[in-house]
Design a protein around this ligand. Structure first.
Ligand code: PLP
Length: 397
């Protein structure tokens, strides 16, 4: 199999698996109990909190465990607006993940005013636009660190210079960034940051929200005293321990892996663009050839294949045991073209013909070669069946 959908989820890191195994077996105590095995579970959670804090330049008391990146995103937004008594304006971008987008749409039905900032053709928002959108009643700005579909990395530090000047809480959804590029909450200047284990070779169902000390935020759940009274519910000890082990291993591997995966990405982009006609790279460096600048995630390749449907190409690749995606895993199955590609100004045809290949630590040069051997004939076959391609060829005559 050729797995090229690492932005949807990643395989478990062996270090995470090893750290988690005892929790499927003898280590089952409730970390809130007071006897010895329970205290060991508590200690494991505390150690995991330290590892995760260290990986993003935070203090352990600023890390709050959640069940998913989606929950961290929901909490950041709903918790901040609830604590913001009376202020009802939120600024976000038009390319956010549904974990942000849908919460904003919901809040709009509850009397909140949402500004969705536009992006340019690279998928970048402008810090100037952020500043221009600020109003006296703005209570939250939430802009993702790295886009899940096209891999564009936003100018978060530039934006935080503005949010700090205006004293407005600033959240970033860093689910696609953490473990893949270096992330430091002070360098970024953010007040809240979401991360999710299954995107960096950890287990599904484990994630965290970083909340800068002093940030006013309402609790996510009410119940027991877990997560310092802010997110009640017995902790997912196995998931938390696995997340920390995965992040520790990813951070150790990051310098070498970032280079290796970037080289694989550039090879794949170059081979598709040079060997398959009528293709375009979406995102940073869309109109240019190599080298690609650092504002694109190392593992992201998003290509539009003209005259065909991305979904059809995916199904064809699936039959050859090659797995990719047309965009966000959460919206696949939806027939609407990607809101991200549409916001970047792509036509319906190009947005519908887009495929996202995302590379990870298990991918090799051979995977790229094997993919190319399948991809070229697949695209040709689908184009041969395409009325759009027929029209194009007739126009060329
Ligand atoms: N934010 C971004 C940018 C994502 O890519 C994802 C997952 O695809 C999420 C949030 C949601 O994370 P989770 O799958 O842990 O709910």
């Amino acid at each position: 199999m050729i797995y090229l959908d690492n932005a949807a989820t990643t395989p478990l890191h062996p270090a995470a698996k090893a750290a988690m195994l005892p929790y499927l077996d003898t280590a089952f105590a409730n970390p809130s109990s007071i006897y010895t095995p329970a205290r060991q579970e508590r200690k494991a959670i505390d150690e995991a909190r330290q590892v995760i804090a260290a990986a993003i330049g935070a203090t352990p008391a600023e890390i709050f465990f959640t069940s998913s990146g989606t929950e961290a995103d929901n909490w950041a937004i709903k918790g901040i607006v609830e604590a913001a008594s009376g202020k009802k304006h939120i600024i976000t971008s038009s390319v956010e993940h549904h974990g942000i987008f849908t919460v904003c749409e919901y809040l709009a039905t509850q009397g909140y005013d949402i500004t969705y900032l536009p992006v340019n053709s690279d998928g970048l928002i402008s810090a100037k636009d952020v500043e221009a959108a600020i109003r006296p009643d703005t209570c939250l700005i939430t802009i993702m660190l790295a886009n899940n579909e096209v891999g564009t990395i936003q100018p978060i530090t530039e934006i935080s210079n503005i949010t700090q000047k205006h004293k407005i809480p600033f959240h970033t959804d860093a689910v696609q960034g953490v473990g893949h590029i270096s992330v430091d909450v002070d360098e970024l200047g953010v007040d809240l940051l979401s991360l999710s284990a299954h995107k960096f070779y950890g287990p599904k169902g484990a994630a965290a929200l970083y909340i800068r000390k002093g940030t006013k935020i309402a609790a996510m759940f009410h119940g027991g005293m877990q997560e310092r009274n802010r997110r009640a519910g017995t902790e997912n000890v196995m998931g938390i321990v696995g997340m920390a082990a995965a992040l520790k291993a990813s951070m150790e591997e990051l310098p070498a892996e970032q280079k290796r995966i970037t080289a694989l990405r550039d090879k794949l982009i170059n081979e598709i663009l040079t060997s398959i006609p009528h293709t375009q790279l979406n995102g940073i460096n869309g109109d240019k050839r190599l080298p690609i600048d650092a504002r694109r995630l190392p593992g992201n390749v998003n290509i539009s294949f003209r005259f065909i449907e991305g979904e059809s190409l995916l199904l064809y690749l699936d039959m050859q045991n090659c797995y990719a995606s047309t965009g966000s895993a959460c919206s696949s199955g939806a027939l609407d073209p990607s809101h991200v590609l549409m916001a970047m100004g792509l036509s319906h045809e190009l947005a519908n013909g887009a495929i996202r290949f995302t590379l990870g630590r298990e991918n090799t040069n051979e995977d790229i070669d094997n993919l190319m051997a399948i991809l070229q004939p697949a695209v040709q076959k689908l184009r041969d069946l395409s009325p759009l391609y027929d029209d194009f060829k007739n126009e060329q005559k």
